[in-house]
Every structure is written in structure tokens, then in C-alpha cells.
Design a protein around this ligand. Sequence first.
Ligand SMILES: [Zn+2]
Length: 298
Amino acid sequence: MELTKISENNYYFSSSINVGYVHEGQSGLLIDAGLDAQAMKKIIKQLKENNLPLTHLFITHAHADHYGGAAFLQKQQSVYTIAPKFEEAILRYPLLEPLYLFQGTKPLKTMRTKFLEGAPITIDEVVEEGQVRCGEIQLTCLAFPGHSEYQLGVISNGYLYAADSYFGMEALHKHKIPYVVDVDDTLKSLQRLLQLSCKGAVPGHGAFEETFYQTVAANIIYHEHILKEMEELLTRHDEGLSQEELIYHMCEFYEIEVSTIASWMLFRTAITAYATKLVKDEKATFLVKKAALWIQST
Ligand SMILES: [Zn+2]
């Protein structure tokens, strides 16, 4: 959690989970809140040491690694909290994330970790794409759905805080199959990023880059490669694969060792999102046989 300056008023706390910071006059805005109270303590300490104000908090999307530190901040001081529509529901009722990952069944205790469920927070303002004022700070919010239903990225002074609309290459190769809920939306958001004219961007996971367009283009190629692998895998199994076999084969191909129930659930969601894209493109179909969900090449 090291405070890194990218322009006169733009900063970010660089970590495996980045947190943005923008400062203007008496106003100070955090973009996301880190994983937990420990991360937030480090953020508050560094802002104090540098005499930087903290008046506003913007949460880009309702994944616990991005909002888990927010409840601690709200307990420490008053902070005007802004969140995107839809995502705000999960921020107020964080059980929703482990609940949907566990397919709507009330999740096991092992699913209810700080990585999947943060403490609930208060939201002062629900926003959509467009202009948002945070005291003296002017923001342009852009919808980047795909990784979550209504993720918003934020532009301030020409710098983009991109949330998880794209990943740094190291993060992408570490996860191997990135978490997505809709591949069409993910690809559209990436194309949109390529059209933006920004001085630089900070992704949720990865380093600030002025030349982030190359990384965005590499993300597009990466997703297309996963789709192609899945398509070929299904062609090799002409009676189709059950959803669980598909998960097994994809994880085997990408050399992913899935060691916990929670991480299996995350991969199931992502792999099912890629399969859904093939179904939408009429390259595969879903069917039910032997009391299981199957995916078959068309
Ligand atoms: Zn995320």
C-alpha cells in the first residue's frame, strides 16, 4: 500500500489490489477501499502523514477485495460514499456475493470469508454513467460491465481509474482464467477502453501505465484465446461435456490448481460465462441430460 503520485492531483495506493486517490482543495476521494481494515489503516495513515484530506469514497464494483476496507473507514470518520447502481445492493447486503456464487443456496461458512464477503456499508449516493461531483472534485464515470454487472470506471483530470475492466498482464497470467460474468460485455468494455483518450490508467490489479492501450489489447487477445480453447475442447468431445467436466478440462489446460470450494465456485462462474458466450454465438448449446447441465458443440 504505497502512495504513488501520477499527477499533481492524482495518486494511487499501489498494491496487489490498487486503491485510487484524487485530491482537490479541501476534498479528497478514495476510489475503492482495499480488502480489509488492515489495508484501510495503511491508507488513512499515509494520507495523514502527507496532510491529504479524505472526504469521499467511491466504490467501483461490489467485490470484497475492492470494498472490504470501507466499513472500517466509515467507523473511523464520516465519508460521503458513492456506489454504482446494482452494485450498491451487494454493498449494503454483502451476503449476496457468496450467495450467488453458491448458486442461491445459503453458503457454507467456508464461503463466507473476507475475500467474498465484506462488512456492509452505508451508501450516500447511487450513481450511473455520467458526471459526478465529489466536493471540489469532478469525475466522469463510465460503465465497464463484464467483470461485474454494473462496474464503473472513473476519469479524473484525464487519468482513468479502470477498476477491473482490464487486468495487468501479470495479474491475468496469475489468475489464468480471469473472473468474468459476461464475456460479450467484457469485450465491449475493452473495446471502449481502446477508444478513450486518457493520459494514463490504473487498473484494479496491475501497475499504472500511460500506454495502457497495449495492455487492453492484450486482454482482448487473452479472452479470445480462452474462447478458442473452449471451442476446440468441445469439438474434441462430440457428445458434449457436463459443466463440471468442462471446468475440469479448462482448469487442466490452464494448469490451474483449484484448492478451495470458494475458488472452484469463482472458476465455475467464469468458465460458465465463456461457455455462455459460445452459446450466444451459436457455437455451442446448453442441454440437460443425466440430471446434469451439459455443453455441446453445435
Ligand atoms: Zn473485481
